[in-house]
Design a protein around this ligand. Structure first.
Ligand code: IMP
Length: 438
């Protein structure tokens, strides 16, 4: 009765969607446990007319498999308009999207246009030099929705069981948000009655999907089925363990999976940490191994391919740099990662040398672990180990033996420096482009 947990070991965008898709083949249910439509999971499925690309923001990516039940857990914040649109898109691709297949936790929280407006107003206000700088949020209302949740005035999905009551609560919520928008941010107010009417109609559409998802998942696990917890974002964006304040407002780490699904840790199975073989980040905040100029462009790609390093949700170019093992060891520790999945090994082909950050230095001190956690990385300079690169294109590799010898050495070196085995390596965006690491 295992609950396998997939977490991002970096700042999100590690390629978790691909791995979730692969492991979903053996799972009965795949559950998102944190975040909202700030996430963007790309899954490429081989189809008769050429590869079919799914970009999912709220629905678990495992739903691409017809046998999987997708769960949106307690810990999520859900924008109903975006959820309905995403359901329609998935349906249009031929998938069945019914209450039997999609279960929305009654305890998840709803995002409204007022949360989105507050997020955008707050970001704009932070850009002022005296205000501490922008977070670089996705502008999807995530922070304000979690703020309302922790302030105990949030709109839980269960309100959709009573559309009239939801309408009243939304009216009251938008009116309160309007005071902040107008008086603090000097922004125009929203039409509270129109938003309330909109949410009443969403309630009618989504009420059939509401479920006691903890009970459902518990039942499946007790019956011996495998459930996959699909992480969004990454360890370094976690509200507790991330590079605060440049973080999201939820807990995308393995601990967040238990809280966000309403399950106890006795079910834990594999804890799978997904990391690219290099480092990327969108939004603001420290990034010790960040590369610039041609080196960064080489890792980022041009944007011609959907899997190049441009945000799935916002289209922003991602900041790119070398793999940081200080941060990876930290992610392994705080999540209890039992195995690593390496993604995008193919991108490194053609580089004369590949680099790994094995430690940091500050003044005359060397560090292999972060002395104070990752919040203030600014004082540290990375210490690199260089290894010979490889020229051969590895995107066609399907077994370890197909990989160039130097690429295999690079993978083994990551294992040696982290003490955690690598189970899978991705060498391209398609389902088949996966290499077992043993
Ligand atoms: P928010 O989650 O929209 O509040 O954004 C907070 C920070 O998390 C920003 O730096 C975002 O760029 C980052 N972020 C949020 N979701 C993702 C994601 O799915 N991938 C990468 N970065 C993300």
């Amino acid at each position: 009765m295992p609950l396998h947990i997939i977490v991002g070991a970096q700042w999100g965008d590690e390629g978790k969607g691909r791995i979730t898709d692969l492991l979903s083949a053996d799972a009965v249910a795949v559950a998102r446990f944190s975040g909202g439509d700030n996430a963007g999971h790309t899954v490429t499925v081989d189809a008769p007319g050429g590869p079919q690309i799914f970009k999912l923001h709220l629905l678990p990516s495992g739903l691409v498999h017809p046998h999987v039940v997708g769960v949106l857990g307690h810990g999520m914040v859900v924008n109903p308009s975006r959820l309905l649109a995403e359901m329609d898109r998935l349906r249009a691709s031929g998938a069945s999207v019914t209450p039997e297949r999609v279960k929305l936790s009654a305890a998840a929280h709803l995002i409204t246009p007022a949360h989105v407006a507050l997020d955008q107003a707050d970001e704009a206000a932070r850009s002022a030099p005296s205000a501490g700088g922008k977070i670089g949020t996705t502008g999807r209302g995530i922070g304000p929705a979690y703020t309302d949740k922790t302030a105990r005035r949030g709109l839980r999905a269960e309100l959709m069981l009573d559309p009239a009551r939801l309408g009243d609560r939304v009216l009251e919520h938008v009116r309160a948000a309007n005071l902040t928008l107008e008086r603090i941010y000097a922004r125009p107010p929203l039409d509270a009655a129109a938003v309330a009417a909109e949410y009443t109609s969403y309630a009618r559409a989504l009420a059939p999907y509401l479920a006691e998802t903890s009970l459902y998942l518990h039942g499946q696990l007790r019956a011996g089925a495998a459930v996959l917890a699909e992480g969004a974002q990454g360890t370094l964006l976690d509200l507790n363990t991330g590079t605060y304040p440049f973080v999201t407002s939820s807990s995308p780490t393995s601990g967040g999976a238990f809280v966000g699904l309403g399950l106890g840790p006795q079910f834990a199975g594999r804890i799978i940490g997904v990391t690219k073989v290099f480092q990327t980040r969108v939004g603001e905040g420290p990034f010790p191994t960040e590369a610039f100029g041609p080196e960064a462009e080489r890792l980022r790609g041009t944007g011609a391919n959907p899997w190049d390093e441009f945000g799935t949700t916002t289209g922003r170019p991602r900041r790119c740099g070398w793999l940081d093992l200080v941060l990876l060891r930290y992610a392994i520790r705080v999540n209890g990662i039992t195995e690593l999945v390496l993604t995008k090994l193919d991108v490194l082909a053609g580089l004369e040398q590949v680099r790994l950050c094995t430690g940091y230095e500050a003044g005359d001190q060397r560090y292999e672990e972060l002395p104070w956690g990752p919040a203030d990385l600014a004082p540290f300079r990375p210490i690199y180990e260089s290894m010979p690169g490889w020229a051969e294109d590895s995107s066609g590799a399907r077994t370890l033996a197909d990989l160039p010898a130097q690429a295999r050495c690079y993978v083994r070196r990551i294992e040696a420096l982290t003490g955690v085995p690598v189970s899978l390596i991705s060498v391209g965006p398609e389902r088949s482009q996966i290499v077992p690491a043993r």
